[in-house]
Structure formats: C-alpha cells, structure tokens
Design a protein around this ligand. Structure first.
Ligand code: ADP
Length: 160
C-alpha cells in the first residue's frame, strides 16, 4: 500500500490545501494529513479546531485519508508511523526555495524520507492561510478560498 504524509499548519485549511489533498489521494492509497502542534508560529485556531476543520471537509474521502497531529521533528513522526513519503504543495516559485530547503533538511536528518512536491490548480496559486486570515480580519469575502465550515468559523472569529 502506497502511503504519504501531508504535513502543515493548516491554520486554517484552504481550498489550496484541499486541492493538494485531492491530488495526493489519486497518487497514493492513503494520505496522512498531519497538523503541526506547538510550532513556533502563533496560530489563529487551536490544534483541535484545525484538526476538526480538516476532518469535516475531507469526510468524503473516507479511509483514503487519516488525520493526525505531531509535535516533534517531521522525520521522527515519519519513523513513528512508518511512512517516509512527504507531500508538500507548490504555489509559485516563491514557495520553491523554502520547500527545497525543507526537503534537503529532512533528507539530511533521515535519508529514508522522500519529498513529493505537488502543484495545485492555478486558480488556487494565490491562496494561503495567512492571506485568508488577513482578508477575513477586515471582513473581506474569502468564500472562494476556503471550504464552507472554515468560512463559518472565520466569520465567527471576526464577527461578521
Ligand atoms: P507550513 O507552515 O508547514 O508551510 P501550511 O499549512 O502553510 O504549512 O502549508 C502546508 C503545505 O501546503 C505547504 O507545502 C504549502 O506550500 C502547501 N500549500 C498551501 N497552500 C497551497 C496552495 N494554495 N497551493 C499549493 N500548495 C499549497
């Protein structure tokens, strides 16, 4: 069985992330979507909220996806679950430097770990969690960028 891990902050999950997940499940039998806990980044949503949003909007994928979280080096998490293929998404060239560095660092830490960089649909190349939060904080329309459950949560968070 071919399995892969798709790690991220998912604060919150966007249609760009979902596009990468949909592509991932076409290539792999199972995709482990894993939320980074206690990372240096300060998150808008709690670990449990971020996990819940992902569960809700990937429910249609059934057992093609597993949702979990991790609080350690990603390569150590890979060893724990016995899955050493890591999916990351590429929006534009601006993502490339960071993702390339991450892939090489992970390989340096654990040579079993392979990274697969997937390109999302061009209509989502501008979508990022940080842009979504910025726009939503000023009550802008992010309905094209996030799934309905996240849209509701953002409206609640920013009172609009
Ligand atoms: P991290 O903090 O680990 O970068 P993110 O949740 O921001 O976590 O992103 C997780 C992964 O999803 C990253 O590889 C990122 O490049 C990718 N990603 C996020 N948004 C998009 C998008 N719109 N299109 C393609 N990939 C994306």
């Amino acid at each position: 069985m071919k399995e892969a891990i798709y790690p991220g902050s998912f604060d919150p999950i966007t249609n760009g992330h979902l596009d990468i997940i949909e592509r991932g499940v076409k290539i792999f039998d199972k995709v482990h979507i894993v939320v980074g806990r206690n990372m240096n980044k300060k998150c808008l949503f709690t670990d449990d909220e971020r996990i819940r949003f992902i569960k809700e909007c990937t429910a249609h994928l059934g057992d093609k996806v597993v949702i979990d979280s991790y609080d350690c080096l990603l390569v150590d998490y890979c060893d724990q679950v016995g899955v050493h293929t890591v999916i990351r998404g590429l929006r534009a060239l601006t993502d490339f430097d960071y993702e390339f560095q991450m892939a090489l660092t992970n390989r340096q830490l654990n040579e079993k770990v392979e990274s697969v960089l997937l390109v999302s649909n061009i209509i989502y190349t501008y979508v990022s969690s940080s842009m979504v939060k910025e726009v939503a904080s000023y009550h802008g329309d992010v309905s094209e960028m996030v799934p309905p459950n996240v849209l509701e949560a953002l409206k609640e968070k920013y009172n609009y």
